[in-house]
Design a binder for this molecule. Structure first.
Ligand SMILES: *Cc1c(COP(=O)(O)O)cnc(C)c1O
Length: 387
């Protein structure tokens, strides 16, 4: 079986680079190769491309271009937001608490944990419901005078649930506490508007929306100060040192522009496939549950748990049949621990260890979904431990 006959159902882990994005990037490897900080013609050309990309990203997020900082990935953007804000708030006003949801990506949760274990911060967790959704009404009680930053994932990578970000943002704004959201998954599918949603910091990463890996951006609202975590030159307004990766920045900007422009078209294609997948799985297999919200979920995202199933066996058998899926967070494959996110939504290990995430993309077809639904019941039965 080659990559042509295999079926990729893991678009939440990464996506192929759109050919239009690749075409936009290519001239910046060997034609326009100057350092954007250089004063001469070559530098000016690179700087013009950089600033045009920044403008494009700003338009997509509804912010000013000065509010966009390019980083090396979504993870780095989350790190800059959390660390940069925690350290500065501690220095300026002795703020010592970080508020996060229990369903954050590791880019946020492991950063918060390190800030707690090594730097003396306290982490407060917002409660979530069985769908992994934060209830805005419960936030107020978690905010203290010494809360440095609040971070809530926009749309969850593992279970697809979309959080009520605008309402959470409004509460943080009212209390004067900086609000960060990890929109790395969301930016591929949902409209992004940092004004509407009262967001102070927002992280994205290009490879989740048909851009290249290894490039990200962070929106930082004007007037919001951060301590930089990568120090050196004065690039990116002194917030992220290092010569900017112009081809990848151009690629991120073009990919984000296309993702936002074609959002509705993609959703119209994806939602019927997702819904056929969900009803097919729930209707043909027993001891199965959908994880995440039934409707307030990403248009390409289906995720399940099967009681008494070993997720790694399930994934391996699916791969042997040519279907590439995930058991949740890709970084965790191989670990026999149940996922923190599935545990946080109240699943016991005999359910949580049998998780399956199927995420669709613009090249997915109904035929692929039907083929998948044909093989899945047999594979689940095979990977179910004898009771
Ligand atoms: C993929 C992902 C990240 C990490 O982004 P990278 O660009 O791969 O570092 C962070 N948060 C969420 C929700 C993600 O899905």
């Amino acid at each position: 079986m080659d990559t042509k006959t295999r079926v990729y159902l893991d678009y939440a882990a990464s996506t192929p680079v759109d050919e239009r994005v690749l075409a936009a990037m290519l001239p910046f490897f060997s034609e326009t190769y100057g350092n954007p900080s250089s004063l001469h013609y070559f530098g000016q050309q690179a700087e013009a491309a950089l600033e045009e990309a920044r403008e494009t990203v700003a338009k997509a997020l509804h912010c000013r271009s000065e509010e966009v900082v390019f980083t090396a990935c979504g993870t780095e953007s989350d790190n800059l937001a959390l660390r940069g804000m925690a350290f500065l708030q501690k220095k300026q006003k002795g703020a010592n608490r970080i508020v996060i949801s229990p369903v954050e990506h590791h880019a946020v949760s492991s950063t918060a944990r390190q800030l707690a274990d090594e730097f003396g911060f306290e982490v407060d967790f917002l409660p979530v419901d069985d769908y992994g959704m934060v209830n805005p009404e419960e936030i107020e009680g978690c905010l203290k005078a010494d809360t440095a930053v609040v971070s809530v994932v926009y749309a969850n990578n593992e279970i697809g649930t979309i959080n009520p970000i605008a309402e959470i943002g409004a509460i943080c704004r009212k209390r004067g506490i900086p609000f960060h959201t990890d929109a790395v998954q969301a930016a591929a599918h949902l409209s992004m508007d940092v004004q509407r949603d009262h967001i102070d910091m927002l992280a994205i990463g290009a490879h989740k929306f048909y851009g290249p890996k290894g490039i990200g951006a962070l929106f930082i609202r004007r007037g919001t100060s951060l301590l930089p975590i990568v120090t050196g030159g004065s690039q990116e307004s002194g917030l992220r040192a290092g010569t900017q990766n112009i081809p990848y920045i151009v690629g991120l900007a073009e990919a984000l522009r296309l993702a936002q422009e074609e959002r509705q078209k993609h959703a119209e294609h994806l939602v019927p496939l997702r819904d056929a997948l969900i009803s097919g799985v729930l209707g043909s297999i027993d001891k199965v549950r959908l994880t995440g919200h039934p409707t307030k979920r990403l248009p390409n995202h289906a995720s399940f748990v099967f009681k008494g199933v070993d997720a790694n066996t399930l994934l391996m058998l699916l791969d042997m049949q040519g279907f590439a899926c995930s058991s949740g967070s890709a970084c965790k494959a191989g670990t026999p621990q149940p996922s923190d996110i599935l545990t946080a939504i109240g699943l016991s290990p005999n359910w949580a260890l049998g998780s399956l995430r199927v995420t669709l993309g613009k090249d997915s077809t109904m035929e692929q979904v039907q083929d998948f639904l044909k093989v899945l019941p047999g594979i689940v039965a095979k990977s179910r431990k004898q009771e």
